[in-house]
Design a protein around this ligand. Structure first.
Ligand SMILES: *Cc1c(COP(=O)(O)O)cnc(C)c1O
Length: 389
């Protein structure tokens, strides 16, 4: 099979969908929405997603790293902004000057922030993250008292104001999991201890998308939503239906159609063989665009991911390559140049990111966040229910 030049495969992001999703989440939660735009807005574009979320009623933005938060400011995005990943090399002074809330996990980190802030007139904004059972970032329970005491001392010295205390769930997508109750109780313990230490944070927050929808008791003063704002289900199989619309469509042109005879094998390793005559089509996206190579597996060829062409599902046949995939057209001859919907909202007429996640043994978060490579991103701002053409 010869290699045609790559066509204009693209990621189409519907900003109206992000706005509408933010509005729905804000209404559902009934408390301020912290819109999470880390990792380039889960692949949707950080700055554009942030603006759409704010237009939809989000009061806060959040990123993982200080650098992402500074990039938002450099793009002119204003308003309350939280980040939670820092390193020894993080520029705490720049974050403070940009009015960014930085999360701190330990006394050592608070000491380093204090040193970076020396001589600054205005108090910086610090949020404290407590580990309530995820065992990832955040102060472990044994350190809460000393972290709160150090944070309070910094307030008294005029270095910073502790604007928030927060934590993060491990199992919010499994609402019946025992860890949820335990973590919420631990969070309440941390808040009581912080209060005893004299801290009066304005923002206590625990819930991600799944908890914001499924666990009202965890909403506190704000919810931090990422995946649901992009319209994807944070807890597939649970009662999360609030009318979210997926904002991302990945589309590419069909670049070639050819006939196969029974016995012809397809792509590297010849992992799929036609058992009867058929037609196949070439789609110019591969793992260079973030299409998971797992989308076709030797051990489960019938579970392969599919694309949509003319409203029909067309399964991937054979190994996903760097630049392209081959799909089964089942004897049909759609014209070269036909629109191939790799995934998108139902109205786009192809599979969903969730379908891809299931075919690839992953979660919808990974499908949209890893998508990119050579694809261009185009923003539309239409009725989110209209097909994207
Ligand atoms: C990514 C992230 C979120 C958002 O989670 P979703 O499940 O996408 O809503 C919230 N809080 C923290 C700490 C995160 O890392």
């Amino acid at each position: 099979m010869h290699r045609p030049p790559l066509g204009p495969a693209e990621i189409v992001v519907d900003l109206a969908a992000i706005r509408a999703n933010a509005r729905l989440l804000r209404q559902t939660a009934g408390v301020p929405l912290i819109a999470v735009v880390k990792a380039d807005g889960y692949g949707h574009g950080m700055v554009e997603s942030a603006r759409a979320a704010l237009e939809g009623g989000a009061e806060w933005l959040a990123t993982a790293t200080i650098e992402e938060a500074l990039a938002l400011r450099a793009a002119g995005v204003e308003g309350p902004l939280l980040c939670w990943i820092t390193t020894q090399h993080s520029d705490h002074r720049a974050a403070a000057d940009a009015g960014i809330d930085v999360s701190a996990y330990s006394v050592e980190e608070l000491d380093a922030i204090a040193a970076a802030l020396e001589g600054r007139a205005e108090p910086a904004r610090i949020q404290l993250k407590v580990d309530t059972g995820l065992s990832r970032g955040g102060a472990p329970r044994a350190a809460w008292a000393e972290v709160f005491a150090r944070a309070r001392a910094g307030e008294e010295a005029g270095l910073w104001r502790v604007t928030g205390i927060w934590s993060h769930f491990a199992c919010a997508d499994e609402p019946a999991h025992v860890a949820n109750d335990r973590q919420e109780q631990a969070f309440r313990d941390a808040l009581a201890l912080a209060d005893q230490a004299g801290l009066r944070p304005e923002l206590r927050h625990l819930a991600n998308s799944a908890a914001a929808i499924l666990r009202p008791s965890s909403r506190f003063d704000a919810v931090r939503c990422g995946i649901a704002m992009y319209g994807l289900d944070p807890a597939p199989g649970e009662a999360t239906e609030i009318g979210l619309v997926p904002a991302m469509t990945v589309r590419a042109p069909l670049v070639m159609v050819k006939e196969l005879s029974a016995g012809d094998s397809v792509s590297y390793g010849h992992l799929w063989t036609a058992d009867s005559p058929t037609t196949v089509g070439l789609v110019p996206v591969g793992y260079g665009e973030g299409i998971p190579r797992h989308a076709f597996r030797r051990d489960a060829p019938e579970a392969a991911a599919q694309v949509g062409i003319d409203g029909k599902r067309r399964p991937i046949r054979g190994t996903v390559c760097m630049d392209q995939v081959v799909v089964d057209l089942g004897g049909d001859h759609p014209p070269v140049g036909s629109d191939v919907i790799v995934f998108g909202p139902p109205a786009a007429g192809g599979p969903s990111a969730q379908d891809w996640a299931e075919a690839c043994g992953t979660i919808n978060y990974e499908i949209v966040t890893r998508i990119g490579g050579r694809m261009t991103r185009r923003y539309v701002d239409g009725d989110a229910t209209e097909p994207i053409r």
